[in-house]
Design a protein around this ligand. Structure first.
Ligand SMILES: CSC[C@H]1O[C@@H](n2cnc3c(O)ncnc32)[C@H](O)[C@@H]1O
Ligand SMILES: [Zn+2]
Length: 433
């Protein structure tokens, strides 16, 4: 039997929660797991693959906790608009025309971008999710998938969509060598009436799955929620029972102290999407207050149509910068915290307990940055460089579930030329339909 063991020698490894956050040494991968990381060189063995880690910085793969991958087809289509106008006048009319093939190629384009940029796990809420899952299977990436449902339709159609969401969640949970897990996802409190939202909560209970939704992204949405239901969105969702399930909410920009308390008490995670929130002028989330209240805050890009890329290094840097800027406190969201939001907290907030850290027993989901470049020298503080100076373009290698999927910047699992061509054709097809 082939020895499925790899040893990385002479590398620098990021362990952001540790007292010494940059470890110089060795890491061993056996099958899908990290079996050793430390300063001591492991005993040499026959048949082991050796990777020379010098000039590379190894870190956990980035975890993107909110997005709509097929929306890469709408990148640049509808810039400089506020959320509701952007959704109603630009996104939804185009998305109505999306076929399964469009979703397949849009998702492929995004997954290619994410893999090459060091994202090893992503969350996706969208339609035609079987096609998204196909891309995940093929590409080797890890993903938490859910059929996102907008309930602004007849009860009959609502129930059809709910049935689709349930079937998808049931069929794909644990598939692709365990790389796919699923959740239940009503799109938002303003697109899913209360009785319909409650059906999702019930389905999540029945399937024993967590829940995800957009929440409190804009001031207008909060005001509308109060006008419609007499409650702010957090209390509204609490009343509908969402937080009786393990939950993650995206955005959570407009929160008061009481709402932060409710999220903290129910252990609800927040996916902070700084790039998308800035671009849609939604506001700046109270990330420092959330973290101080013990809320798990992770990072997401949202779709490429509101970002307009899927570079998680950029989100990390934005998170580390904007909260300093708005608070006037230079210690707000320091580099180790931004890094943990993009890795360890990300994994926790999408309920993956073996992902997000470089440690023995964890899944071998990690990336290597080429640190021998002008903008990453001198090697004063490599954790600082990874947050404040690096970008997706610095990713040299990527491993997921113990398998190398990007080597010297080239994706080994996807056909880049075909994906770029097909995605362009899909977009042109959408314009003609
Ligand atoms: C039901 S599939 C997902 C749905 O969400 C829409 N969407 C994309 N970005 C956002 C956002 O920032 N807030 C709310 N909704 C968003 C997307 O266009 C799909 O229709
Ligand atoms: Zn979104």
């Amino acid at each position: 039997m082939a020895n499925n063991k790899t040893v990385i020698k002479n590398g620098r490894f990021l362990v952001p929660g540790a007292i010494k956050p940059v470890l110089s040494g060795y890491m061993t991968i056996e099958d899908d797991l990290i079996s050793y990381i430390g300063e001591e060189e492991p005993l040499s063995e026959e048949g082991v693959q050796i990777v020379d880690g010098s000039r590379l910085l190894f870190m956990p793969g980035l975890v993107n906790t909110h997005g709509h991958t097929a929306m890469s087809l709408l990148r640049g289509y509808g810039d400089d608009l506020a959320l509701q106008v952007w959704l109603q006048e630009k996104m939804w009319p185009m998305e109505e025309k999306f076929t399964g093939d469009d979703v397949y190629w849009g998702t492929s384009l995004s997954v290619l971008e994410m893999l090459k940029g060091g994202t090893t796990t992503f969350l996706d809420m969208y339609d035609h999710m079987d096609r998204v899952a196909e891309v995940v299977e093929l590409s080797g990436i890890r993903a938490v998938l859910m059929r996102g449902v907008i309930g602004l339709c007849s009860e009959e159609v609502q129930n059809q969509k709910l049935a689709e969401a349930i079937a998808f969640a049931r069929n794909w949970h644990g598939k692709a060598e365990g790389r796919i897990t699923t959740m239940m996802s009503p799109h938002a409190p303003y697109t899913c009436p209360p009785d319909f939202f409650v059906k999702f909560v019930q389905a999540a209970h029945d399937l024993d799955l967590p829940m995800h939704t957009h929440m409190s992204e804009t001031k207008r949405e909060v005001e509308q929620n109060i006008a419609d239901y007499g409650l702010r969105p957090v209390a509204h969702l609490e009343k509908l029972g969402m937080f009786t399930r393990p939950s993650l909410v995206a955005h959570a920009v407009h929160l008061n102290d009481e709402e932060i308390g409710i999220l903290s008490r129910h252990n609800v995670g927040v996916s902070h999407n700084p790039g998308s929130n800035l671009k849609l002028a939604s506001g700046v989330a109270r990330v420092t207050d959330l973290l101080n209240a013990g809320v798990k805050v992770s990072l997401g890009t949202d779709g490429a149509a509101s970002n307009n890329n899927l570079d998680m290094f950029e989100e990390m840097r934005l998170a580390a910068l904007i909260h300093k800027g708005v608070s006037g406190d230079p210690t707000a969201v320091p580099a180790p915290q931004a890094m943990r939001m993009a890795t360890e907290y990300g994994a926790k907030s999408i309920f993956l307990d073996k992902v997000g850290r470089l440690a023995a027993g964890m899944k071998a989901d990690f990336i290597a940055l080429d640190i021998d470049q002008p903008h990453l020298l001198p090697h004063t503080d490599l954790l600082s460089h990874a947050v404040y100076s690096a970008s997706a373009r610095d990713v040299e290698h990527v491993w997921i579930n113990g398998k190398q999927v990007v080597k010297h910047g080239e994706c080994l699992t996807l056909d880049e030329e075909a994906i770029c061509r097909k995605a362009q054709e899909s977009f042109e097809g959408l314009l003609k339909r």
